[in-house]
Design a protein around this ligand. Sequence first.
Ligand code: TYD
Length: 208
Amino acid sequence: MSVRPARFITLEGVDGSGKSTQSRLLKDALEAEGYEVLLTREPGGSKGAEEIRTLVLEGEPDRWSAETEILLFTAARRDHLERTIEPALAAGKVVLCDRFVDSTRVYQGISRGDLRSTVDQLHALMIGCEADLTLLFDMDPSTGLSRAKARQTSEERFEDFGLELQVKMRAGFLELAKAEPERFAVIDASQNIDTVASDTLKALKAVL
Ligand code: TYD
């Protein structure tokens, strides 16, 4: 059990799983109850990390090797942690972070060979913290992918890896949740938006 109330909350899931919409709903719900909330995202969330975001999310799928990506995502995360997350936690805010290291564990750790231990070693060396609670938005990746592609942004490098990879990602996230049931709450993200929002709030209230 954590000695302080849970404040650092991460949201994870495959592309198009609805976590970004849910993070905004969650922020509004918590603020309505008087919590001070910072909503942030990865890759990004600080000036330097947003610059790295453009490097990793745009361009051809083979633009970077998985190893180079691990370094780029971890560099972005370190900047985000120092400049955005830690100051907000120190100020007593609830931090809602749309993706964190579990995305690196899954996307870079299993998508192109087994690099999970590289991800974990670099994480231990450079980041060294985990969320108090991770909300995993679980759904069939084919639905998620068609939603994600419908958005038509230039940030489609990972969506362009295709369905087969997204299926692997979903399984990877579920495996992480199984290995750390105390940290994870798995939300059925295939339900309607209001039901997902109420399940999400319930899971969070259990630890706040
Ligand atoms: P995001 O903007 O959250 O996209 P979505 O709203 O579709 O979930 O994330 C952008 C992409 O970055 C997503 O395809 C996953 C990928 N990603 C990684 O590969 N590794 C990481 O460590 C992170 C944080 C994201």
